[in-house]
Design a protein around this ligand. Structure first.
Ligand code: ADP
Ligand code: ADP
Length: 218
């Protein structure tokens, strides 16, 4: 579960996230819908402790990110389609991530298989397509086997097959009882992937409802 209460981020005079409160429930894919600049990334960065709130708080599994004893086993994030750019292979990238968090090597093999990276795991990440890069980002988010997953615009720029894969995989993760919080600027994408939707515009929550309700009202 993810819980935001009065979450606020200001950058000087600009308010990026404005007194936002919401709950993301386990076993669901919850879409975070809003146009560019609405405050989605800032909110997601605050969830994983990369940006400090100006006011309010956000917790994952009842704790603030900074208080988690073992962050990667609690929450995994794919942020901002910021592709991994390294001369190392995907396998070594994941292995060093696992090693630095005391996660067994076996888990690297598991996430490679789960995300369909087998064929490219031994290749250098630099040469990866966007789609394979996204899978690697998702594999990294899964390395600690966390119950909570945060994906910022995971289908941006992907080809149709990549889009379908992300959709299906997000649904699969939720079916395992995990909490999946996924942002998009496209209602159509959220409608196809999510059970629940939280709509944000100019830093404020505009709607928080089951997808079926929002689609029916559209
Ligand atoms: P989204 O992810 O919905 O596109 P963002 O969270 O990236 O929106 O941005 C929300 C607003 O906050 C935008 O106006 C953006 O320019 C601003 N913003 C985001 N990060 C920073 C920052 N580090 N410094 C200043 N302004 C920022
Ligand atoms: P903080 O830790 O203060 O929340 P961030 O990590 O979000 O800061 O961003 C660090 C710096 O990057 C900001 O102070 C800003 O100068 C710059 N920056 C990042 N994104 C944006 C943006 N969308 N608009 C303007 N400046 C940005």
């Amino acid at each position: 579960m993810i819980e935001a209460r009065g979450l606020t981020k200001r950058y000087g005079d600009r308010i990026a996230v404005d007194d936002v409160s919401f709950t993301v429930q386990p076993g669901t894919v919850t879409g975070f819908l809003g146009p560019n600049g609405a405050g989605k990334s800032t909110t997601m960065r605050m969830i994983v402790g990369l940006t400090r709130p100006t006011a309010g708080s956000v917790t994952v599994a009842g704790q603030r990110y900074a208080e988690l004893r073992s962050p990667l086993t609690t929450v995994g994030a794919l942020l901002d389609a910021k592709a991994v750019h390294t001369g190392r292979t995907a396998y070594h990238h994941l292995l060093s991530l696992a090693a630095s968090h005391g996660i067994p090597k076996q888990r690297v093999h598991e996430v490679i298989e789960q995300t369909g990276l087998d064929a490219v795991a031994g290749k250098r990440v630099k040469g990866f397509s966007l789609g394979m890069g996204q899978r690697l980002g998702i594999a990294a988010a899964l390395i600690g086997d966390p119950q909570i997953l945060i994906f910022d615009e995971p289908v941006n720029g992907l080809d149709p097959e990549g889009v379908r894969w992300v959709r299906t995989f997000a649904r699969f993760l939720a079916s395992q009882g995990r909490t999946v919080f996924l942002s998009s600027h496209l209602m159509s994408e959220v409608a196809l992937t999510a059970d629940h939707v939280i709509v944000i515009g100019r830093g404020r929550i505009l709607a928080d409802a089951p997808v079926a309700e929002l689609v029916a009202g559209a």
